[in-house]
Design a protein around this ligand. Sequence first.
Ligand code: UD1
Length: 413
Amino acid sequence: MRGGEKLQGQVRLEGAKNAVLPILAASLLPQGDTVIRDCPDIRDVHAMAGILQKLGCRCQWEKGVMRIENGGLRHWEMPDELSKQIRSSIFLLGPILGRLRRATVTYPGGCEIGLRPIDLHLKGLRALGVKIVEDGGVIYCDGKNMRSGDVYFDYPSVGATENVMMAAALLPGVTTIHHGAREPEIEDLQNFLNAMGGKVRGAGTQRIEVEGVEKLHGAAYAPIPDRIAAGTLLCAAAVTGGEVELTNIRPWDLIPVTEKLKEMGCSVSEEYGRVLLSAPGRLRAFSCLQTQPHPGFPTDMQAQMLAISCTAEGTSVIVENVFENRLAHVADLCRMGAEIRVSGRTAVVTGVEKLHGMHVTARDLRGGAALVLAALNAQGESVVENAALIDRGYSHLENTLKNLGAQIERIEM
Ligand code: UD1
């Protein structure tokens, strides 16, 4: 790709990766078929559909609509290879236990952005009476004596909250999750469970109540649009001095990001379902960005903000509080000419006038997107290797950017 083009145009967002994945997992729960609209064509969704099929479901996917028939659900052992590909395989434990009262999974994979333990998932399931034995990287769950109850998380883990919500949906009685995650995707999972006849309330707050029902029925559902894909495209417009309009978007989900972009000198106008960003010739640095669980600044947007701060005027400070190893993109950004100092989880970025094109390598999904953003504004040609990692969460990012005027193409190696 070759930097320097101002991006301009309109993009319609698809369903959010982090909403679709738990929703696909929850599709194991009903007695009946589910239809998920606006399903993004990303690698993690393919991997999740692959796991559902190995478990005995039928997944048909056409023009962004996925139909899941779970009538053949027989297997409680998740396939090793596919589970290692995505971390989201861990929250299949909840729905498989909910339906079959038994589940086995290998330690999950996903991005290399930290230790990513699963202790909170297991703690939550144990609180519902699941007996868990870990042996040689395999987790055996016996749910014969599952019952509803109180689950307290000392950290509001997104995946663990979702896992417990799904495990509890079919348990008699009320399960209360205390100090659960409050991300918009949690609320979306609640809405999906309720669309299938579930009784879940409180998502979006730190106390979620799941009243178990005897059975759930199939449903058609459109997940919320992807706030991280949206934020990434706004950053692309911002870093190139361009103007981009996003549609099918929930502006309130993006407030932490749009507020920072305004601080950097962008003008952002928001109305229902639409956000328009217009960027100045050169961005200004922001004072301090700290990642936090929702409604704080999302860790999934940290790398992209760091990338665009590299050429902003002044000094920006970024603190990554959620994951302990999420600054892998810094080394490549420095090779492109950025001035960044890292100490522990803090990065201090002194804006330079220009970056220069370089051969760089994506190390994780959002870090890979960050390198693409840097390359959009770099002088000369850049190659971002390992683009398959970016495909985990963006559907054909190169086409979206090309349609906005970027000089970018995919090279098959
Ligand atoms: C989800 C998102 C991911 C996002 C993250 C934080 C999906 C599919 N992925 O990941 O894009 O970056 O939320 O917003 O929705 N932790 C533990 N023990 C656990 C679970 C988590 O210590 O049992 C720690 C993690 O290591 C991490 C922090 O808690 O440091 C946040 O993780 P969590 O909220 O669970 O993120 P995920 O659900 O994995």
